[in-house]
Design a protein around this ligand. Structure first.
Ligand code: ADP
Ligand code: MG
Length: 350
């Protein structure tokens, strides 16, 4: 498993949730059922207050595991050669490829976020991700030259993907290679939430690789309390906590401090700017997005990492999104934060 985690480009969870033990204060403690495992090159963790009556804990865990395995290995992984995405990546350009309902959904969302962010989020960055060493293969120690990047860029650009929603087909107009790592974990969280909603579960916490969905309250009407982590690559430290206050929300974060490499003192992030073909270099260390959809929040967080604190903040305010930015200060080791109007709602307990 350690090997598997290392080989995958998904970074390990960097949202931690504080399960503050209010148990002592509760008159009749209600148990929180917890489970977890590995998926998408990272881990998942789930907490449910009201277990479905007709499933044993083992059956419940198995259903969730099957759902996640299907989304990962059979559908969205570039690490599995026979996933639906890998088959699409091998398909000839010019001919429409039929999509599963899930991939059709993910591509529709991904292309929407590309439009909203002027291509800062772009799933066609796959060849660049691979060349910079953040894909399935081992990193090539020779950094790409500008000429090589320019060559790879001819196959980058979300406008090279044509999605036909009614026919549920996708056509590439050039030889693009798609990487869904910036949205797949969020989408998986949404699918688990959808499954829980269908079972009538009203209070849950779902996390896949740091992207999460929260609904309802913990026992004793305690708000779930997600935490924003300090953007450092050591053990997780809480930077700020916020409150869902019973609202059903998704939270996703992106950072350049867990998945990167260094060469000649230069930090190379796994977030690639689709306009330059290079890893981003600005001073934004981490960004968190709250939204109704975890897939959208995941993609938007990646986009804001690419845009940087200035441009990102302006866009987030303009779109009225709840976004929290943490930047490195120019002097020393410290951090500065800035959040949008909409994020303020989540910084207090109701
Ligand atoms: P994390 O895995 O830390 O949650 P993200 O959700 O930001 O990070 O996803 C980053 C991954 O998405 C990268 O490892 C890469 O595979 C892919 N990626 C990198 N740059 C972009 C981009 N501009 N648009 C879409 N996906 C990207
Ligand atoms: Mg993302």
């Amino acid at each position: 498993m350690a090997d598997m985690l290392r080989r995958h480009s998904f970074s390990i969870a960097f949202l931690v949730v504080l399960c503050i033990a209010y148990k002592l204060l509760l008159p009749a403690p209600v148990e929180i059922h917890e489970l977890g495992g590995a998926t998408m090159g990272t881990t998942y963790s789930i907490k449910v207050v009201d277990m479905p009556g007709d499933l044993s804990p083992e059956q419940f865990a198995q259903r969730i595991n099957e759902l996640l395995t299907h989304l990962d290995k059979e559908q969205m992984s570039t690490y599995a050669a026979d996933s639906e995405l890998s088959r699409f990546n091998r398909a000839e350009s010019g001919s429409p490829v039929p999509l599963s309902a899930e991939l059709a959904d993910v591509f529709a969302l991904a292309l929407d976020v590309s439009e909203l962010t002027d291509g800062a989020f772009d799933v066609t960055v796959g060849q660049l991700v691979n060349r910079w060493g953040f894909g399935p293969q081992r990193r090539n120690p020779i950094l790409p030259s500008d000429a090589e990047i320019a060559q790879l860029m001819t196959n980058v650009g979300y406008r090279h993907l044509e999605l036909d929603k009614s026919a549920a087909t996708l056509t590439k107009t050039t030889n693009v290679y798609v990487d869904l790592s910036g949205i797949a974990k969020g989408y998986a969280v949404d699918k688990v939430a959808e499954y829980f909603d269908s079972l009538g579960i009203v209070s849950y916490f779902i996390e896949v690789g740091g992207e999460l969905r929260i609904k309802g309250y913990k026992p004793g009407k305690q708000s779930w309390v997600p935490a924003i982590e300090t953007p450092v690559d050591s053990a997780p430290q809480v930077y700020e906590i916020f409150y869902a206050n019973g609202e059903s929300i998704a939270v996703a974060g992106s950072g350049d401090y867990r998945n990167y490499f260094e060469e000649d003192g230069i930090h190379y992030s796994h977030e690639i700017d689709p306009h330059t073909g290079k890893p981003v270099t600005h001073n934004l260390a981490g960004v968190y997005v709250i939204d109704a959809s975890a897939a959208r929040a995941d993609a938007l967080a990646t986009a804001f990492m690419v845009l940087g604190a200035e441009e990102g903040f302006e866009l987030a305010q303009r779109l009225d999104l709840a976004v929290y930015f943490i930047t490195k200060t120019t002097q020393g080791e410290g951090f500065e934060d800035r959040y949008t109007r909409k994020f303020e709602n989540y910084l207090q307990v109701e």
